[in-house]
Design a protein around this ligand. Structure first.
Ligand SMILES: Cc1cc2nc3c(=O)[nH]c(=O)nc-3n(C[C@H](O)[C@H](O)[C@H](O)COP(=O)(O)O)c2cc1C
Length: 189
């Protein structure tokens, strides 16, 4: 039996009408069968608030979810060869919860499928003491890959790739969770 862990699934776009919802919804139909994890949702759109009180509440909620998570899966688009300002704001708003935890990426976009956004995020998370995992899932020309009901056309290869990602992420999540329980992170970070 696989050891259980907590996964935070993070939206990489906060735009109204974002395609990110389609990708996240598709992931949420498949991931629960692929890993033994409780899945929490973290959405940078929650930080776009009309009042400081609402924003503070959103920050507290996100902070709790990030702290609880043993692993992260970031679903990122690519804009002008980079990731979004909303995602950067989310990352920069919370320093500690990334440390000693694995991060996987699912990306989407036009011709590059978001791969350049992933490579930039790897650099950022190196500074935050996180371990980004090798396996990724990437959707080139993403809008054309999904039908009007949000189903992926021709999903075979992508599902196999997602399974590999889920296995790697699970291994890192469980291994680093044990590590954090064995050695107090504050002693080394
Ligand atoms: C201004 C702009 C720049 C874009 N730049 C890229 C890019 O550099 N590489 C890419 O693969 N897709 C690019 N795209 C396509 C987006 O990644 C795609 O529209 C994606 O669905 C945006 O995610 P969202 O709808 O969840 O916000 C760009 C789209 C726009 C509007």
């Amino acid at each position: 039996m696989q050891a259980k862990f907590t996964l935070a699934l993070i939206y990489g776009s906060a735009r109204e009408g974002r395609f990110c919802d389609t990708v996240v919804d598709w992931l949420l139909t498949h991931l629960p069968n692929m890993l033994a994890a409780d899945i929490l949702i973290v959405d940078p759109a929650d930080l776009i608030a009309e009042s400081r009180i609402v924003r503070a509440e959103a920050e507290n909620r996100i902070a709790r979810n990030l702290a609880r998570a043993d692993a992260f899966l970031i679903v990122t688009p690519e804009y002008n060869h980079g990731y979004t300002a909303a995602l950067k704001e989310l990352i920069d708003s919370f320093y500690r919860p990334w440390w000693g935890k694995p991060i996987a990426f699912v990306s989407y976009g036009g011709i590059s499928g978001g791969l350049r956004a992933i490579e930039q995020l790897r650099q950022v998370f190196a500074e935050l003491g996180a371990a980004t995992i090798r396996e990724t899932v990437s959707f080139t020309h993403a809008v054309e890959r999904f039908d009007e009901n949000g189903n992926l056309r021709d999903p075979g290869r992508t599902l196999r790739q997602l399974e590999r990602l889920a296995k790697q992420l699970s291994w890192w999540a469980v291994t680093l969770k044990a590590g954090r329980e064995t050695v107090v992170l504050e002693e080394i970070a």
